[in-house]
Design a protein around this ligand. Structure first.
Ligand code: AMP
Ligand code: ZN
Length: 204
């Protein structure tokens, strides 16, 4: 257990700490893009890193090397980059055995700077997944499928499928299981519940 009494299984899950070399925590991905211990793959256009505070057993971020701040900065010139990011995410997950499957998408209102595509397994089995905000950010329409972003940019030359105010309201929604839609009172109950779906616990 850490000092706050959270059992994180020995993993440091405190995200919003000041970066060691100075700078704001929201710029952390820019540093992590160059961290050999996190890099999984890279080419001339993109870098794939392990999410430092994974919210599931398998959680990766695909980032462009060029400066692209967020979804709002996207235009038609980014189309081939977005498709490449998605292709690379698909290649990556195809090589990973995960009975729960994967989703590939963006957060409607990301907290971290530099565009990043999440590739995340659907077991949500991680000590870093702790809050209602975490849960709703990955299991509701706050998580926008990569295909939808590409479709918007292809059709309109920008991302239209985001209403920031209603996106933030989504994060406050009551907790529901992403598989059977059962309503759960709190995160410990929810985490116990999903173990049943993952075959780790009997339904009794
Ligand atoms: P969001 O901006 O909401 O799409 O999520 C940012 C993601 O980046 C979260 O899944 C965090 O766990 C992850 N994250 C935060 N800081 C870092 C970092 N310094 N290096 C790698 N991943 C990070
Ligand atoms: Zn369920």
């Amino acid at each position: 257990m850490n000092r706050k009494g959270d059992d994180n299984g020995g993993k440091d899950c405190s995200e919003k700490k000041k970066m060691k070399v100075g700078g704001h925590w929201s710029q952390g991905l820019k540093a992590s893009m160059h961290d050999p211990s996190l890099i999984v793959k890279q080419d001339e256009l993109i870098v794939i890193i392990k999410d430092k505070y994974p919210k599931a057993k398998h959680h990766y971020l695909i980032l462009p090397k060029a400066d692209v701040r967020n979804l709002k900065a996207l235009n038609i010139d980014h189309l081939s980059l977005l498709k490449h990011m998605q292709d690379e995410a698909k290649k990556l997950i195809n090589g990973i055995e995960s009975p729960s499957g994967f989703k590939i998408g963006y957060h409607a209102v990301p907290s971290m700077s530099q565009l990043h595509l999440h590739a995340i397994s659907q077991d949500f089995d991680s000590p870093c997944l702790k809050t209602k905000t975490h849960w709703n950010a990955f299991t509701t329409e706050y998580f926008i499928d990569s295909e939808d972003v590409i479709r918007d940019v292809e059709k309109y030359g920008k991302v239209c499928c985001i209403d920031e105010r209603s996106a933030k309201e989504i994060l406050k929604k009551d907790l529901r299981c992403h598989i059977c839609n059962e309503s759960l009172k709190n995160m410990p109950k929810l985490k116990e519940h999903i173990l049943v779906h993952m075959g780790k616990k009997n339904n009794s």
